[in-house]
Design a protein around this ligand. Structure first.
Ligand code: CP3
Length: 363
């Protein structure tokens, strides 16, 4: 059966090819701001019950696409599935976020750490990828939008593995980094190999682009960032399959707070760089636009404003990048659980509408 992608705008923008409009998707687009997500989550019993069941994961992945004309789907999962597969015992405590039963703290903990057997421990993720691809495709082999796979960066995963959960100041993980850089580098090496194997398994299963979330790269000092975050993300990028079934698989990295290191991030070999809302897109494009596409970067709190303000802020982001190829619209970080769904509808509509106006001859 012939396979056709009905909307490949997102993939073309990542490769800096011209598109008729600017594609948009939102980090954490499937999540608690949608009542239908909360309904599925309560049927599943818990967040992990949802993420580890491919039927539920498929259902919630499609929910935002059924509401809004988004240009990409993202696998419903979490970055913490990888340390969970390493045996650290992941749990989500209500109101407290993620917790690991067995954090990595001592020399012995670090020595025990190993790359998990992806097929044995993360089969539920690759099964979800295959099932989502089928659900996005009709009886004639026509797929609505491409599917994004993802992972945490080696450094961001290490933050959760060593802290044992979220943190305000990263005291435990940064203490290890400064006191025992050898231990830190061994964790990061295991993580880099694990993340590369995990993303390659997602690509084999049908992920059509992959994204690496370095949420806590921006918590590092200049110098430490290059040594403990960027270097290992670059190792992952170098180990990825960049083609599947003869089709290019673009790679995106997102470093929250990484604006100052844009040139170095762009030099890792990625196709696109995700940027948070502190970055000026026009200047960023001048700095790196010849090498990579940019993804971002509306402040997620704009979505709490009235719709005319949301539309004006969306136009400001589009104007800042300008009518050039190589922009994927997104938020500068994940969508808040308190976002009104109607605000998202207005945002998607304005990005599609105004980006066409921006490209019109004589505009
Ligand atoms: O973008 C998507 O729609 C795909 C799904 C996705 C989730 N998490 C679902 C999720 C993705 C891409 C992630 C990535 C993720 N997870 C990151 C990196 C991106 C970022 O936001 O910085 C991080 C740091 C995590 C770790 C994580 N997962 C935390 C800190 C939490 C708790 C957050 C909170 O507010 O409670 C999660 C849980 C989580 N992951 C939820 C969702 C929808 C909410 C859980 C719930 O339903 O109770």
């Amino acid at each position: 059966m012939a396979h056709t992608l009905l909307n490949d705008t997102f993939l073309r923008a990542l490769l800096r090819e011209p598109t008729e409009y600017t594609p948009i998707w939102l980090m954490r687009q499937a999540g608690r701001y949608l009542p239908e997500y909360n309904a599925t989550r309560s049927r599943a019993g818990s967040f992990l019950g949802l993420a580890k069941n491919p039927d539920y994961a498929t259902e919630v992945t499609l929910q935002p696409l059924d509401r809004f004309p988004l240009d990409a789907a993202i696998l419903f999962s979490d970055i913490l599935t990888v340390p969970d597969a390493m045996g650290l015992g992941l749990d989500f405590v209500a109101g407290e976020g993620p917790k690991f039963a067995r954090p990595v703290r001592t020399e012995e903990d670090v020595a025990r750490l190993a790359v998990p057997d992806i097929d044995a421990t993360l089969r539920y993720v690759t099964d979800a990828v295959r099932q989502i691809r089928r659900a996005l495709t009709d009886g004639e082999g026509r797929q609505r939008v491409p599917l994004i796979g993802f992972s945490g960066s080696p450094w961001t995963l290490a933050c959760y593995m060593v802290e044992g959960g979220g943190s305000d100041d990263f005291r435990t993980v940064k203490s290890m980094l400064y006191a025992r850089p050898d231990l830190m580098e061994r964790i990061l090496d295991v993580n880099a190999q694990s993340v590369a194997a995990y993303l390659n398994a997602q690509i084999d299963a049908g992920a059509q682009a992959v994204m690496i979330f370095d949420t806590w790269g921006g918590a590092l000092a200049d110098g430490a960032y290059q040594r403990f975050s960027l270097r290992y993300t670059a190792q992952v990028v170098a180990a990825l399959k960049r083609e599947h079934d003869g089709v290019r698989v673009p790679v995106i990295t997102f470093t929250k707070g990484g604006g100052l290191w844009l040139d170095e991030i762009a030099a890792t070999g990625v196709d696109a760089v995700g940027v948070d809302w502190t970055v000026n897109l026009s200047k960023a494009r001048e700095r790196v636009g010849g090498r990579v596409a940019l993804q971002g970067n509306l402040d997620p709190t704009v979505l709490f404003a009235p719709q005319d303000a949301i539309r004006a802020e969306a136009r400001a982001v589009l104007d800042s990048f300008g009518p050039h190829p190589g922009h994927v619209f997104n938020l500068g970080h994940g969508i808040s659980q308190f976002t009104p769904p109607d605000s998202v509808a207005a945002l998607v509509d304005e990005v599609h509408r105004y980006s066409r106006v921006l490209r019109a001859p004589g505009a």
